[in-house]
Ligand binder design. Structure first.
Ligand code: CP
Length: 332
């Protein structure tokens, strides 16, 4: 008798989910460097296509090899588990040749300019480049100069568009739609590119987004001016359908970032108790990687009846399959 718990296929995925039609007027985005690159119809298409591909993943079926013959380059200048590996899996599932550039062993370390590295990879036949970088301007600047598409896999503290799309896909899987939902984003919003992309996307999809946390972890006053800010979980979580914790991004904090975490869990940590401040049945989310016992209680994070965290990871692969397919084939 094996002890491992087998997850049944959810009924929604038992039968093939029809491939959606491309957006009326066609797919026009030539890059995904930010959420605002995409029209509403393109966002809707990506989310529907992600659901279509989620079915293949759930059923363990090989999807049509729509990217056969294409070369995908993953160029990551910062650490990543979820984004890097899910982009690699996504490309491979659709038949692309996927190359992860070993940045530490590349000519970048001999002083080569990033644009020269990128153009060199283009000359080798790249059809799409997935870039993660500490500088928020890098994906847009590469997209302007390269003659093949660029996808921002997280840059600086401003944008992580495919994370926002996969977060929306995970929310849709339990709520159907984001329209009218109250989504509380808690914690280190100031240093979070996820929060930036999430607020832009969720708001466009009709959700009310709130920021909850201490003043020193809030963005500057001139940023995200339309988002209501709350200093207490009691006020910020009242009526929330979704409560998202963010990682404390110590590496982006000035001085000793660990000071920011002192006493944080006691006041702002997500636990079964603090979740009672939200709507009954509210879900918790976290983009990962998470610090257990700092932003969120480990048992709550692991509870499949309250937490969407692993569902976010699952939708990461399906959503990135959808983004690659849409960008490289236009959905045709
Ligand atoms: N959410 C996210 O971007 O995780 P990684 O840093 O592991 O890619």
């Amino acid at each position: 008798m094996h002890g491992a718990r087998r997850r049944p296929i959810e009924p929604a995925f038992m039968e093939a989910i029809e491939r959606p039609a491309p957006p009326a007027g066609g797919w026009t985005a030539s890059n995904i460097v930010g959420v605002d690159n995409l029209s509403f119809a393109e966002i809707d298409y990506v989310l529907a296509l992600a659901e279509h591909y989620a079915g293949y993943l759930k059923r363990g079926e090989r999807p049509p090899q729509r990217l056969a013959g294409k070369t995908q380059i993953n160029l990551f200048f910062e650490n990543s588990t979820r984004t890097n590996l899910s982009f690699e899996l996504a490309g491979k599932k659709l038949g692309a040749d996927v190359i992860n550039v070993p940045v530490a062993a590349s000519s970048v370390n001999k002083g080569e300019a990033l644009i020269d590295t990128a153009q060199t990879l283009g000359a080798m036949g790249a059809h799409v480049m997935i870039i993660r970088h500490s500088d928020s301007a890098v994906p847009a600047s590469l997209a302007e100069r390269l003659d093949f598409p660029v996808i921002n896999a997280g840059a600086g503290a401003w944008e992580h568009p495919t994370q926002a799309l996969l977060d929306a896909a995970a929310i849709r899987s339990v709520h159907g739609d984001l329209k009218g939902l109250v989504i509380a984003i808690c914690g280190d919003i100031r240093h979070s590119r996820v929060a930036g992309s999430d607020v832009r996307l969720f708001t466009r999809l009709g959700a009310e987004v709130r920021f909850v946390g201490p003043a020193h972890l809030m963005p500057d006053d001139d940023q995200h001016k339309d988002v209501r800010r709350f200093a207490s979980l009691e006020e910020g979580l009242a009526g929330a359908d979704i409560v998202m914790a963010l990682r404390m991004q110590f590496e982006r904090m000035e001085g000793d970032g660990k000071v920011a975490a002192q006493g944080y869990f006691e006041t702002y940590g997500l636990t079964y108790d603090t979740l009672k401040l939200a709507k009954p049945g509210a879900w918790v989310m976290h983009p990962g990687p998470m610090n257990r016992g700092i932003e969120i209680d480990g048992a709550l994070a692991d509870d499949p009846d309250r937490s969407l965290i692993l569902r976010q990871v699952f939708y990461g692969v399906a959503t990135r399959m959808a983004c690659l397919d849409a960008l490289l084939t236009g959905g045709l």
